[in-house]
Design a binder for this molecule. Structure first.
Ligand SMILES: [Zn+2]
Length: 72
C-alpha cells in the first residue's frame, strides 16, 4: 500500500512537471511571438543602416557600426 501511494506521488509529480514544462514552453512561444510582433525597424543615425530591433530593449545596437541608438 505504501508503495502504491509512493508510486502515485511520483506519477503526480511527473505529471505536474510535464504541465509546468509545457506551460513554460507555451509562455516562451507566446513571448517570442509578441517579440516578433513588436519588433521595430530602426534606422541607424550614424551609418543609416536599417535593421530590426525587439521592443524589449530600449537601446538598440547597430550591427554595422556598433553605435547605440535609443528606440522610443
Ligand atoms: Zn550604424
Amino acid at each position: 500500500m505504501r508503495l502504491d501511494i509512493g508510486l502515485l506521488f511520483v506519477l503526480f509529480f511527473c505529471f505536474e512537471l510535464i504541465i509546468v514544462f509545457a506551460n513554460i514552453q507555451f509562455e516562451n512561444y507566446s513571448f517570442l511571438k509578441r517579440r516578433i510582433a513588436k519588433a521595430k525597424i530602426v534606422k541607424c543615425e550614424v551609418c543609416s543602416y536599417v535593421y530590426f530591433n525587439s521592443a524589449i530593449t530600449v537601446y538598440s545596437k547597430c550591427p554595422i557600426c556598433q553605435s547605440i541608438a535609443k528606440t522610443t
